[in-house]
Design a protein. Structure first.
Length: 374
């Protein structure tokens, strides 16, 4: 996501276009403030030892596989609970679990159940024969009763519940989208969902989504399946034409789909795009630089190929972050000295001039040192 040439000013939205709807601008600002407030309050609770902090797991959270369900061709869902069946940490649509598998592998899986169910997590996994082995282990070596560990839910793809929403899901990319659809249906939002994939048989959760879309003819307008073997490969510009004017788009799927949607956004009726990314985007044109944590007196070396956030979190584990793509502003820090190479798409010129930096994507020139108010 980091551009080869850092932007010199913060565009009004992700694509540099003026937002045509004042309500959408207001919702975007409120969503950012809410996300930042939640992240910061979580850090305060964790430090204060409040009852909420005590309820959160102090270490790895143990989970047990309680149920396995075949959801589609090569897709199985797992229902996970606490070993003793107690309440689990809460989550919001878009959240995922970083699971430690019995083999020692760590894999990220979106939560695709119902956030109102505080006793069960549900994930779904597509079997990838040519993958890194994690999906095969999840399919073949995790029977009911198997145990996993996680640090708990984390959300890098939060749903802001805008009044008008277009959801685009590619294959197993439906997993973070499904809870968003459930929330949109409960809230009475103006929503549409298009689920694309190779075949209908390869796409999970069709019955649940049809039920959420509503009975009779209403479901045809809310929820659409486009299978490649029936209608050909999807055209992202054509998919985006389904967006209501001023809608937000939430998209999760394979990299070519995400790239196609980004490229087609400028000509679409939508005004904002949110995409899923578990891992940070690769650093492009990075150069090594240093961070000095002024209050703690710690110096940190940031290699050319790593984000400053990753290095900072090794020294300060409770550093807040969310999107890791330069959108949300949760990871902002104050820079006391040094010249920042801004790569975010959030901060205004005034915020940058006042010494604010988003450490998830922004950097410094080779050999430069940034003094942070930490």
């Amino acid at each position: 996501m980091s551009p080869a040439t850092p932007p010199t000013s913060a565009p009004p939205d992700l694509y540099g276009r003026e937002r045509g709807d004042r309500m959408m601008r207001t919702l975007t600002v409120l969503g950012r403030l809410h996300t930042e407030a939640v992240a910061r309050s979580g850090r305060r609770r964790a430090r204060s030892g409040s009852p909420l902090a005590a309820a959160a797991p102090a270490g790895p959270l143990a989970l047990v596989v309680r149920e396995r369900v075949v959801e589609a061709e090569d897709v199985v869902s797992l229902r996970l609970t606490a070993p003793a069946g107690g309440r689990l940490p809460g989550w919001q649509p878009g959240a995922h679990l970083a699971l430690r598998l019995p083999s020692g592998r760590q894999r990220h899986y979106s939560l695709c159940g119902d956030p109102e169910d505080r006793y069960t997590y549900r994930i779904a996994i597509r079997r990838l024969a040519a993958g890194g082995g994690g999906s095969i282990e999840m399919h073949d070596e995790l029977p009911v009763g198997a145990r996993l560990t996680t640090a708990g839910p984390r959300n890098a793809f939060p749903f802001a519940a805008e009044p008008a929403v277009l959801f685009l899901a590619g294959g197993i990319g439906i997993t973070p989208i499904l809870p968003m659809v459930r929330q949109a249906a409960r809230a009475g939002l103006d929503w549409r969902l298009v689920h694309v994939g190779r075949t209908r048989a390869s796409l999970p959760f069709g019955a649940e989504l049809t039920e959420l879309a509503g009975p009779g003819g209403r479901s045809a307008g809310r929820f659409e399946v486009r299978a490649d073997d029936e209608v050909g490969l999807p055209d992202c510009a054509e998919l985006l034409r389904r967006a209501p004017a001023g809608a937000a788009v939430y998209c999760c799927g394979p990299a070519p789909m995400l790239a196609g949607v980004r490229a087609a956004m400028a000509a679409s009726p939508a005004t904002g795009l949110h995409v899923e990314r578990f891992a940070p985007a690769p650093v492009r044109d990075g150069r090594p630089f240093e961070l000095r944590l002024r209050r703690s007196g710690i110096d940190l070396a940031v290699p050319a190929d790593r984000p400053a956030l990753d290095v900072l979190r090794e020294a300060v584990p409770d550093t807040a972050y969310s999107c890791r793509q330069g959108f949300c502003g949760v990871c902002r820090v104050r820079v006391l000295a040094g010249e920042v190479e801004h790569r975010d798409l959030r901060l205004t010129d005034d915020e940058r001039a006042e010494g604010t930096m988003l450490v998830c994507v922004s950097r410094a020139a080779e050999g430069e040192r940034l003094d942070l108010d930490l």
